[in-house]
Design a protein around this ligand. Structure first.
Ligand code: MEV
Length: 452
């Protein structure tokens, strides 16, 4: 059999340059150029590069993303400039536009509706649930005693273990039970804390079951399958909202009046509530804002997304995460979003830019950060729906897209200005932009030739 050059053993043992060398030689047509390019993204400061490399494994370079800010957000009367890391054009501009719009209408409001997270120990056991429950309650102090060293600090900050409950899952899976533990983790996201507690509990199970006098020989056996936090935190949840009299909504694109806008906006939410196809895109727009702040602050966007989508399907159908009412002449628009983020621990203080993002937000508590993130999601959703029910999304998108195309085609400032005004009312496509530049450049070179 011919040797497959793309397979290697001991890759992780190679140094960074060794890894890069092997990668470029085996996967790229122009190893020298690719090496140069990837090395050009290494941090100029070796110490900072070590910090970044420490976040992951097998690193060969850094992957830059734009770090933007959306100013003018008023949340609960306080002004924020929100950091956003996102690769999609228009998102930061849309957030800023929504911030400005609502600034004139009382700003955004946000509140925490709950702050408990859960973790689970999944195990198999054969016996009577009542007996299991009795034994569990008898041994609860012993379990808690054994995690005291983990929870003391968290308790000092007002968090810790808030409740523990055995759940009989045998109607869904034979002999399957859960120990469900409720936690409060203050300003940390809590994953390490929760998992450490759960794994300690789980490690105690075999001896605890073995020693239990009430149990028969068969009941002394327990099979722990796994112990892990749940990223679904429906009781760790923020509500972000805006409201104002319909008349204050103002006039919209294409001369749409406030009442027509409110009607169409409300209908758009209704459609996303009843149709999963639309709900997916609708919620994606919310996560444009949410993820951008979650990433900028060094938090786990996969956990936040997973939680949000589960919550969106909590009644069995995937639905809009945001809601809208028009009652007694008042337009109210809100987003309830559960998720777990932190402002201490994890990357929040390790990642140099995440640390600055948190500083930019005024070193908020985790709850305050949740409010900012919820508002970013709501603002994004408002901006998307406002475009969709008025001028359509392409107008704004294409403006940014045009800029990206112009940069790709190496347009200078003068060309960018001319193209921007030329394409104000014209359809933007890569070919059209290239043709425009070709003709501009043709004109320019004719002028410079005739100047000689
Ligand atoms: C694009 O990233 C997001 C939107 O599609 C969201 C929406 O349709 O509501 C504009």
């Amino acid at each position: 059999m011919q040797e497959d050059k793309k397979i290697i053993s001991g890759f992780s043992k190679l140094g960074k340059r060794g890894k890069l060398k092997w990668i470029v030689e085996n996967f790229f047509k122009d190893p020298e150029a690719v090496t140069k390019e990837l090395i050009s993204y290494w941090h100029g400061n070796a110490e900072q590069q070590d910090v970044l490399d420490g976040f992951s494994e097998n690193t060969i370079s850094n992957f830059p993303m734009p770090f933007g800010v959306a100013p003018n957000f008023i949340i609960n009367g306080k002004t924020y400039c929100i950091p956003m890391v996102i690769e999609e054009s228009s998102v930061v501009a849309a957030a800023s536009a929504a911030a400005k719009y609502w600034m004139k209408r009382g700003g955004f409001k946000a509140e925490i509706l709950g702050k408990t997270k859960i973790g689970q120990i999944h195990f198999e056991w054969k016996g009577d649930f009542e007996k299991l429950n009795r034994v569990f309650h008898k041994n609860k102090p012993h379990l808690l005693e054994n995690v005291q060293h983990i929870i003391t600090n968290m308790e000092k900050r007002g968090g810790g273990i808030k409740d523990m409950e055995l759940i009989d899952m045998t109607d869904k899976e034979p002999n399957y039970y859960q120990l469900k533990v409720k936690f409060e983790t203050c300003d940390s996201m809590g994953a390490n804390f929760i998992n450490s507690v759960l794994e300690t509990f789980a490690s105690l199970f075999p001896s605890l079951f073995e020693k239990e006098k009430e149990f028969s020989a068969e009941e002394k056996n327990v099979n722990v399958i796994m112990a892990i936090l749940s990223n679904y935190t429906p009781n760790n949840i923020v509500r972000a909202y805006v409201e104002c009299p319909i008349d204050n909504l103002g006039m919209f694109d294409k001369n749409m009046d406030a009442e027509t806008f409110a009607y169409k906006f409300h209908k758009a939410i209704r459609i996303a509530t009843i149709d999963p196809s639309r709900a997916t895109t609708h919620n994606k727009g919310i996560f444009n804002g949410v993820d951008a702040v979650v990433i900028a602050t060094g938090n786990d966007f996969r956990a936040v997304e997973a939680c949000g989508h589960t919550y969106a399907s909590r009644d069995g159908q995937y639905r809009s995460l945001s809601s809208c009412t028009i009652e007694n002449g008042i337009f109210k628009f809100w987003l309830d979003l559960p998720f777990a983020v932190g402002t201490v621990g994890g990357l929040t203080k390790l990642h140099p830019i995440a640390k600055r993002s948190i500083e930019l937000l005024g070193n908020p508590s985790a709850e305050e950060l949740m409010m900012v993130i919820g508002v970013a999601g709501l603002a994004q959703n408002f901006a998307a729906l406002r475009s969709l029910v008025t001028s359509g999304i392409q107008k704004g998108h294409m403006k940014m897209h045009l800029h990206n195309m112009l940069i790709t085609l190496k347009a200078n400032n003068e060309e960018i200005q001319k193209a921007t005004s030329f394409f104000t009312e014209k359809a933007v496509s890569f070919n059209a932009v290239r043709d425009f530049l070709d003709s501009e450049r043709g004109i320019a070179s004719k002028i410079s030739l005739s100047d000689r």
